[in-house]
Design a protein around this ligand. Structure first.
Ligand SMILES: [Zn+2]
Length: 278
């Protein structure tokens, strides 16, 4: 009888151990860990196959470098075009983001094909086909409620009143009016990717997740990543946008002007986000 009980205990203990007899414990990745970008730009597998991804409401907060083999601290070394904020609403002057590029860096001969990662967790708000000016691009929405309170306060403190009855200084037909609920989000846009985005609107994105690779699609003369961050009403509703190309539709033109020049989606210096502390 004792022998039988001993065997039973051994059998139960064995059933608790991973197959293979090792004691390796697989810890679900969370946003607080070192980001482990996935190897292919595919949407996440079914929720049953992997632990749930962090959502924008997770209490964890992390900021990730947007480029393979670069840290947030090394990004200034490859900044080739800084942020230049337009001087007035209704215009499209300036450069609303940061451009990162290089011709040779260590063993690499070009930035083309380098992986592009999400700087924050969030949800896909918009994907773009190869239109001017952004080319293949992904926009991710991160609600302010998912950011540290101090960062949210800093961002909102810089948000100016949205202008009324704005007169656009360039071709902006039928600019839509977004729904304003009082909730705000940070939007991060990754432009000029090397291939079409593989995501759908609403897909959950984790900090450090692979979004695509550096390319030169859209209005771009050399491969580079254009990283743009904006603060605006939550729930961006535009399905497409384009400008500066003759076949852009009225809808694309209007949406572009909403995003760029209406005053609803106001430019944030990406470094304010990249250098944020939990
Ligand atoms: Zn740019």
């Amino acid at each position: 009888m004792r022998k039988f009980l001993l065997l039973l205990v051994v059998a139960i203990l064995s059933a608790c151990r991973p197959v293979g007899g090792t004691s390796t414990v697989i810890i679900p990745a969370t946003a607080t860990e070192t980001p482990a970008p996935s190897e292919t730009a595919q949407p996440s597998p079914s929720p049953t196959a992997i632990p749930p991804s962090p959502t924008p409401t997770d209490e964890h907060f992390a900021v990730c470098s947007p480029l393979e083999d670069e840290t947030i601290d090394s990004l200034p070394l490859i900044l080739v075009n800084p942020l230049v904020t337009p001087n007035a609403w209704g215009t499209d002057f300036g450069h609303p983001g940061l451009d990162f590029a290089y011709y040779q860096r260590g063993e690499r001969l070009s930035i083309e094909g380098i992986k592009v990662y999400a700087i924050l967790s969030g949800l896909v708000a918009l994907t773009l086909e190869d239109h001017y000016p952004y080319g293949y691009a992904v926009v991710i929405e991160t609600p302010l409620s998912a950011l540290p309170e101090s960062l949210g306060q800093t961002l909102m403190a810089g948000y100016e009143a949205v202008p009324e009855d704005l007169e656009y200084q360039y071709n902006c037909p039928n600019v839509p009016t977004p729904t304003v609920t009082g909730d705000y989000s940070l939007y991060h846009l990754y432009a000029h990717l090397g291939s079409p985005p593989v995501f759908a609107t609403g897909d959950s994105i984790t900090c450090g997740q692979l979004l695509g690779t550096v390319g030169s699609s859209g209005w771009s003369s050399n491969p580079h990543l254009h990283l743009e961050t904006r603060l605006g009403p939550s729930g961006l509703e535009i399905p497409t946008m384009a400008h500066y190309q003759s076949n852009a539709t009225v809808e694309q033109l209007g949406n572009y002007c909403l995003w760029r020049s209406s005053g609803y989606y106001q430019i944030v210096d990406p470094y304010v986000v990249l250098e944020a502390q939990p």
